[in-house]
Write a protein that binds this ligand. Structure first.
Ligand SMILES: Nc1ncnc2c1ncn2[C@@H]1O[C@H](COP(=O)(O)OP(=O)(O)OP(=O)(O)O)[C@@H](O)[C@H]1O
Length: 262
């Protein structure tokens, strides 16, 4: 029988940065095409895992044997790898400080640049940016300065930037931070639309971000995987209380999970 092809195949991956073990002999496989959500306490290694995945961090190789493969390859030209991964993080949002419109933020996704400088924009790129604005329902905001947008608006433009070059997967690192109820609603609606077209890897602290399309949940703790499986087996009172070390009750409402009672 054919094995499913893997997006990620990590075994015994240990990452040390700043003298600190941020991933501790971590093993995980993610089949190509699976949406997943990653949860865990502050400092549990979620962002370090994402940074390792996009080759910002590299593992130390252990005597017990380390496997460090992405789409079947260990050695990647990082630019080639990153061209296949759309990535939205808070760090990225803070990087855009100059006067640049929302549309220019999206176009900068073709060059993986923070803004447009001497880049030459083709008609095809303009067309893709238009399509992205229409898909994300942000055409009416595209000429507004990015620094003058609300967090919710800015986040949608960054998602457009991450998707405009048609990557294979989209990584969203804590996309719902600091969003109000309307912006949260729009973000989840956008994520559900994207999930029909792209694989989503979501890092979040907020259970309702785990849209019904995401079936697998991975819990991190202390740079390791604490639990991993279908969300109805992971998002339980016992597991979530245990990983966060606080009593929590989980409620399921219309396909979305909520944590209460803490
Ligand atoms: N560059 C670094 N130098 C030293 N320690 C680091 C570095 N980056 C991360 N760490 C430490 O590694 C641990 C894991 O950090 P990481 O940011 O991956 O956690 P996280 O689960 O994403 O946390 P949060 O939920 O707060 O975003 C933390 O203890 C953090 O202080």
């Amino acid at each position: 029988m054919n094995q499913p092809s893997l997006f990620i195949d990590f075994k015994n991956v240990t990452v040390v940065t700043g003298g600190h073990v941020v991933l501790d002999s971590l093993s995980i496989q993610i089949p190509d095409g699976d949406h997943i959500a990653i949860l865990g306490p502050n400092g549990s290694g979620k962002s370090s895992f994402i940074k390792t995945l996009v080759r910002e961090y590299y593992p130390v190789y252990s005597e017990s044997g380390t496997v460090f493969q992405t789409w079947g390859k260990t050695r990647w030209d990082v630019f080639e790898l990153r061209s296949q991964i759309g990535y939205v993080s808070q760090d990225l949002e803070l990087s855009f400080r100059q006067n640049i419109t929302g549309r220019e933020v999206i176009l900068s996704g073709f060059f993986s640049s923070i803004g447009l400088f001497f880049h030459s924009i083709t008609k095809e790129m303009e067309k893709k940016a238009d399509e992205m604005c229409a898909f994300l329902e942000i055409t009416h905001l595209q000429d507004r300065l990015f620094t003058e947008m609300s967090s919710g608006e800015a986040r949608r433009f960054l998602i457009g930037r991450a998707l405009v070059h048609d990557p294979r997967i989209l990584i969203l690192d804590e996309p719902s931070n600091s969003l109000d109820l309307h912006a949260l609603h729009m973000l989840r609606k956008t994520m559900r639309k994207i999930a029909g077209k792209k694989v989503i890897i979501l890092v979040t602290h907020s259970l309702p971000d785990i849209i019904p399309e995401i079936n697998r949940v991975v819990l991190f703790k202390g740079g390791r995987i604490f639990s991993d499986g279908p969300k109805d087996q992971i998002l339980t009172d016992t597991k979530i209380s245990s990983v966060f070390e606080v009593p929590v009750r989980i409620r399921l409402d219309d396909g979305f999970y909520y944590a209460t009672g803490y």
